[in-house]
Write a protein that binds this ligand. Structure first.
Ligand code: ADQ
Length: 735
């Protein structure tokens, strides 16, 4: 039976070995907590690092680990200390984590850690491939494994791959600072479905892909090498029932069953009629805004002295990544702040902050959630933040107030919370006052809607929607009927060519024989290309036609002394070997005066675009324009031109990053067909890459071998990948 392979850096269990026996504890953190319920309820295998460096393993430990992990349907990827340092503490947590959370000042650009990141990603990919069976689906998680999707796709192109990013995807302006930005994007694009928590992260990603890689996106589908990749937002939910039921159980427990944590909480709550608890829970991380929260709490105590003695902040911070310098500094800063605030305000019977620096068992988390009147969650940046959702899920009587930072992904789904800016201490202090004095009815109204949403859209729903997208992706993305020119089709083409008595070849130039250049003049034919074309030309009974949208002058300069037939400006001009240029159609340039100024004004206001003046046509090129702006301006320009050309016998041609205006009826199809008059060709080949070549594909006789370069919408019979492949085929024809 086919299964889902889940891959994340850490497994849902952490292992420790003591005296030849193995201890496994659940992993903390949002990813592990969320995916655990998906893993437990489905047919899946989870791959990740066990938490023990290979250097710490004694003989036989690997078998112990393997057997223990098998019970949890897990498989370990082994990492040594050097790999953990470079991949995890290094590139993942000193480069990607800070950068993606907009902490540019903490971001290190270190080539050596990137190299290890790459090697470890390959290790994960190899392990996945080792465990992969036909029909399995792969679901890769998070920022430590950005390169893995492509590494798998290259070896197993038919496997369906999903990728989910649990942290924010930053704006293009931040992402572009990464020296490895292209490789990382290409890595993620090995997936078929890419998921983010929010639409903002999704649009940042789409914009980075378009601007950095230049790939086109149609709404949220990226087109890459004939593949359609779906990008969407799937806000992660929690296991609502688990938290809600645990809270219900907690409320029914007898005094004798209470935990020590609950006992201490009750002592505080019973000390004063108006005693209240404010809760904060996070991993100790600079993104979580813990220092800001403490400062805002101090500001609150200064400005609302009526809450002294009555209110206590319970702050739980789980130790995290303590090997990374910034986390050590943060720990010191928090210790000092807690010390300072408690020192300033404490009295014999009251300390304003209870601070715990440790992980807590699930039951104690529930004690804290259910006993707290307010949850104060103030991250500076947070992909989602599950604690906010967990707090609401445990409020079985629907009381309690959530104060939530607008910088957490969760804020988008929880507008009933008191939403704050984590840098605005005054707003946080005022919100604390508002929360502590909020009428019960209002609390119930707000939490009723929140709970309804969290219950419906829980983690199972989240996972099933993602899986659904993954299973349906091939229906959503465009299906093409064009076939690749595979080995068989290629052999057939060569065979027909060799057997033919009269052959003619129509070859487009830019994007077909030569790759695009930033500056069009730089796409000049290389001596090697010219020599290859000469070899084709020298074959008996073979006519070689280079057919282009380019202007006559440029082509004359490049090929004027070659014996090929040249057709330029989409079929306006023809030059036969040894003959002069002749105009194929009666044309005029009188209309330039009304159109050229419009194009010039677009070129002036669109940085990177240029106007090209041909003898009988005008073109506006936007290859070097920011792709999003370029497409928008192209649309605008087209609309403007449509009104201007209405009565002029002109038409607009949309090529690859170019809009061209020319006399209507002149096109590559018409001029190519003229070449066939008076001759009886039994082999016709036509190759081209853009929309203007479609005229040839459409108008040439049925038996023409039509080949599109690049897999785009086309009426051609076959497609091939790029210019390199075109040249490869031409070479085979001459062999
Ligand atoms: P995290 O940064 O780990 O997750 P979060 O979403 O808040 O942040 O999840 C923390 C999880 O750890 C919660 O499930 C919570 O119950 C648990 N936890 C917290 N403190 C604990 C303690 N002291 N003891 C035991 N358990 C504790 C990353 C992203 C988030 C994103 C998640 C999920 O940074 O933005 O929400 O992944 O995608």
């Amino acid at each position: 039976m086919s299964k889902t392979i889940i891959i994340s850096n850490r497994l849902p269990v952490q292992l420790e070995i003591h005296n030849n026996s193995i201890i496994s504890t659940p992993s903390v953190g949002g990813l592990a907590t969320g995916m655990k319920s998906v893993h437990e309820s489905g047919d899946s295998l989870w791959l990740g690092w066990s938490g023990i460096p290979t250097e710490d393993l004694k003989k036989g430990d690997d078998v112990l680990i393997k057997n223990e992990l098998k019970k949890h349907k897990c498989v370990a990827v082994d990492l040594n200390n050097n790999e953990i340092d470079g991949f995890y503490f290094g590139f993942s947590n000193r480069t990607i984590w800070p950068l993606f959370h907009y902490f540019t000042e903490y971001t290190e650009f270190e080539h050596s850690t990137y190299e290890i990141y790459k090697q470890v990603n390959q290790k994960f990919a190899d392990k996945i491939i080792e465990n992969l069976n036909d029909g399995d689906t792969v679901w890769i998680h998070d920022y430590q494994l950005l390169l893995v999707p492509q590494m798998i796709k290259e070896v197993k192109p038919d496997v369906t791959i999903g990728f989910f990013l649990h942290i924010p995807f930053p704006s293009y302006e931040i992402f572009r600072t990464l020296p490895w930005r292209e490789e990382l994007l290409e890595g993620i694009l090995g997936s078929d479905v890419i998921g983010f928590h929010t639409y903002d992260y999704e649009r940042h990603f789409l914009s980075a892909v378009q601007r950095i890689l230049g790939y086109d996106a149609e709404f949220n589908v990226i087109k890459n090498n004939g593949r359609g990749i779906l990008v969407d937002s799937f806000p992660m939910g929690i296991d609502y029932d688990k938290f809600h039921e645990a809270a219900k159980k907690n409320s029914k427990q007898k005094r004798s069953e209470e935990s020590e944590v609950q006992f201490e909480i009750n002592k505080h709550l019973n000390a004063d009629n108006n005693a209240k608890l404010i809760l904060s829970i996070d991993r100790l991380d600079y993104t979580k805004g813990i220092a800001n929260r403490l400062k805002a709490f101090e500001y609150f105590l200064d400005n609302y002295p009526e809450y002294h003695h009555k209110v206590r902040l319970v702050m739980l911070a789980v130790p995290s990544r303590s090997n990374v310098p910034q986390y050590k500094l943060l720990k010191n800063e928090i210790d000092q702040l807690v010390g300072r605030i408690n020192g300033r305000f404490s009295e014999v019977s009251w300390t304003p902050i209870w601070y715990f620096y440790r992980s807590m068992p699930f039951e104690n988390l529930i004690d804290l959630y259910t006993s707290s009147d307010v949850a104060l969650i103030t991250p500076i940046r947070d992909g989602m933040n599950l604690v906010a959702k967990e707090y609401i899920a445990t409020r079985t009587d629907k009381t309690g107030v959530l104060i939530l930072s607008e910088m957490a992904g969760a804020a988008k789904e929880m507008p009933e919370a008191l939403i704050i800016n984590p840098n605005n201490f005054e707003q946080i202090a005022n919100s604390l006052h508002e929360a502590l004095s909020m009428p019960i009815e209002e609390q119930i109204t707000r939490n009723t809607s929140l709970q309804k949403r969290l219950k419906n859209y829980n983690v199972t729903k989240w996972a099933s929607l993602f899986n659904e997208a993954l299973q349906n992706v091939f229906n959503v993305v465009e299906k093409s009927t064009v076939l690749p020119l595979d080995a068989n089709a290629e052999a057939n083409l060569i065979d027909k060519f060799k057997k033919a008595k009269q052959r003619i070849l129509f070859l487009d130039y830019d994007g077909t024989l030569a790759a695009f250049e930033k500056i069009p003049k730089n796409a000049k034919p290389s001596p090697a290309l010219k020599e290859r074309l000469m070899r084709l030309y020298n074959l008996p009974n073979t006519k070689l036609v280079l057919i282009t949208g380019r202007d006559r002058e440029t082509f004359n300069e490049w090929f004027g002394d070659s014996p090929f037939t040249l057709i330029t400006e989409h079929g306006a001009w023809l030059k036969e070997p040894e003959a002069d240029w002749e105009l194929l159609e009666p044309l005029s340039d009188e209309w330039f005066t009304s159109i050229q100024p419009v194009l010039e004004s677009y070129a002036d206001s669109t940085p990177g675009s240029i106007v090209e003046l041909k003898r009988y046509s005008l073109a506006w090129h936007f290859r070097n324009v920011d792709p999003v702006l370029g497409n928008r301006r192209a649309k605008d320009l087209k609309a403007t031109l449509q009104q201007l050309i209405a009565n002029n016998n002109l038409e607009i041609l949309e090529g690859d990053k170019v809009i061209e205006i020319k006399t209507s009826g002149v096109n590559k199809g018409k001029s190519a067909c003229k070449m066939l008059l008076n001759e009886n060709y039994d082999f016709i080949l036509s190759m081209g890459d853009d929309w203007t070549d479609e005229f040839m594909f459409r108008e040439l006789p049925e038996h023409t071998h039509t080949i599109k370069v690049g897999k785009k919408e086309t009426v051609a019979k076959h497609f091939i990948k790029g210019t390199k492949e075109v040249v490869g085929i031409l070479e085979k024809l001459t062999m």
